[in-house]
Design a protein around this ligand. Structure first.
Ligand code: AP5
Ligand code: MG
Length: 191
């Protein structure tokens, strides 16, 4: 199995690159952000709990997020592997993911961390906000808050994967194809 964590700040291109990687390596893509947005759209109880938090650019509590992720992994018992996009975002989430995978007799293959300068991230997200309908993309203060949360709570997880010898840093600036080729090169070092 190949299990990839695609890692990086809001707007780094995690979703864009996941779509290409899942085809090449035949993986199941799990984006916790997409799952929350689907729940919001369908008006579920989970969606109602998450909406105000997401619209402010804060993190949904770990317990809710981990349960949702676990359910999605368990729905796919015969997957070739997974791409985890936007998860983990906190230390408890990273530990829960390792535990969940080890219960399923597998583990993370590598964490691909995409780096993009902050100004580029803000401009990508504001640009997407013109058409995405995502409330968290239309307001620059919310975007800056998401970036602050990323630096405080999520970026430290790079150390978690570095200590396991699983971190690859990839330059996230360039064309989509260039970045895809960098990511594939990084995966092939581990697979
Ligand atoms: P989530 O949906 O994960 O959003 P995010 O991390 O803010 O990241 P984005 O999806 O905005 O960016 P991306 O890296 O996927 O980039 P993309 O490919 O779209 O989370 C949303 C919210 O849900 C969170 O704030 C939180 O509230 C909650 N949540 C989610 N997971 C959670 C968790 N685990 N725990 C707690 N709460 C959680 O690209 C961005 C834009 O750039 C696009 O328009 C794209 O076309 C463009 N682009 C992509 N690549 C390039 C390129 N190479 N050059 C130029 N433009 C590019
Ligand atoms: Mg995304």
């Amino acid at each position: 199995m190949i299990n990839i964590v695609i890692f990086g700040p809001p707007g780094a291109g995690k979703g864009t690159q996941s779509e290409l990687l899942l085809k090449k390596y035949d993986l199941v893509h799990i984006s916790t952000g997409d799952l929350f947005r689907a729940n919001i759209k369908n008006g579920t109880e989970l969606g109602m709990k998450a909406k105000a938090i997401i619209d402010r650019g804060e993190l949904v509590p770990d317990e809710i997020t981990v349960d949702m992720l676990r359910q999605k992994v368990e729905e796919n018992p015969s997957a070739n592997g997974f791409i985890f996009d936007g998860f983990p975002r906190t230390s408890p989430q990273a530990e829960a993911l390792d535990k969940l995978l080890s219960e399923n007799r597998t583990s993370i293959t590598s964490c691909l961390s995409m780096s993009v300068p902050e100004d580029e991230l803000v401009s990508r997200l504001l640009n997407r906000g013109k058409t995405s309908g995502r409330a968290d993309d239309t307001n620059e203060d919310v975007i800056r808050n998401r970036l602050g949360v990323y630096h405080r709570e999520t970026a430290p997880l790079k150390d978690f994967y570095q200590q396991q010898g699983k971190l690859s840093e990839v330059d996230g600036v360039g064309t989509i194809d260039e970045i895809f080729n960098r990511l594939c090169g990084a995966i092939e070092q581990y697979a």
